[in-house]
Design a protein around this ligand. Sequence first.
Ligand SMILES: NC(=O)c1ccc[n+]([C@@H]2O[C@H](COP(=O)([O-])OP(=O)(O)OC[C@H]3O[C@@H](n4cnc5c(N)ncnc54)[C@H](OP(=O)(O)O)[C@@H]3O)[C@@H](O)[C@H]2O)c1
Length: 256
Amino acid sequence: MNQKPVCLILGAGAGIGGNVGKKFAKEGYHTVLARRSDEEGLNKIVDDIKKNGGSAVGRLVNAIEDNAIEYLIVDIEKNEGPIEVVLFNLGAQFGDRTLEDTSLKVFELGWRLTSLALFRLAKVMTPIMEARGGGKILVTSATSAMRGNAGQHAHAAAIGGRRMLCQTLNAELSIKGIHICHIYIDAPIEAPDTLGRLLGEELYQKLLDEKSNGKDGMVIPEKVAETFYHIAHQHRSAWTSEVDIRPFSEQPWWNN
Ligand SMILES: NC(=O)c1ccc[n+]([C@@H]2O[C@H](COP(=O)([O-])OP(=O)(O)OC[C@H]3O[C@@H](n4cnc5c(N)ncnc54)[C@H](OP(=O)(O)O)[C@@H]3O)[C@@H](O)[C@H]2O)c1
């Protein structure tokens, strides 16, 4: 079995997930990258890590299927090694939908992926971490966790609830050595597999042209990975439980 500490990335696309994986691998972790469907994209991230001397494996898993998260954790603990850090990077962004256009199914899917999945992860992962004396769970989040907005019924309800879940988990588990941090990104990310798909090729390219390519007006996943790594390695006398991240050119949107 691998001898390095394990970092599990749940939601490892080419944006935040893959780049946090690369950072942890660079710093000596064995990285397990899990995502739903894109095997080619997954292999590319794993290969990039290996080419740079890091250690990584990929897993295709749909986190909302029954027992998928539970089996994944048990399998990694058995075959890859003890999980020290989890990045929970799933978030259901459906785009703007009026109340009329938000079906019960969509609302429930948002909750299953964004909120219930973290609860399921915590149920299976934290007793294992506690028995080992500690662990870290980083949760990538979004502006909608802080304030609702028109068209965001499913997303805001699910992700806002998840923020409260992070606080509740921390209140119970920090004393047991488990550090949970809610890291919310208050801006668009250079993330082709999520924002890129949501906007479509043309609109996403327009956004990149306006805000990216040296302008630094979108969050660059490679840069934000440094922050995630730092948070996972804070001294326990100085834990961050929540942090906001946005580019220099943005204001918190609720102040505008
Ligand atoms: N993108 C933005 O502009 C933005 C802005 C603010 C906050 N955020 C937050 O950032 C996080 C995502 O980071 P990112 O946008 O940079 O994306 P990313 O890390 O590039 O990719 C996330 C990956 O999650 C995977 N995923 C989705 N549903 C899944 C499921 N049911 N089971 C397993 N994997 C699943 C997808 O895999 P497949 O591709 O294989 O389906 C996707 O590639 C979310 O928490 C989101 O709320 C994003």
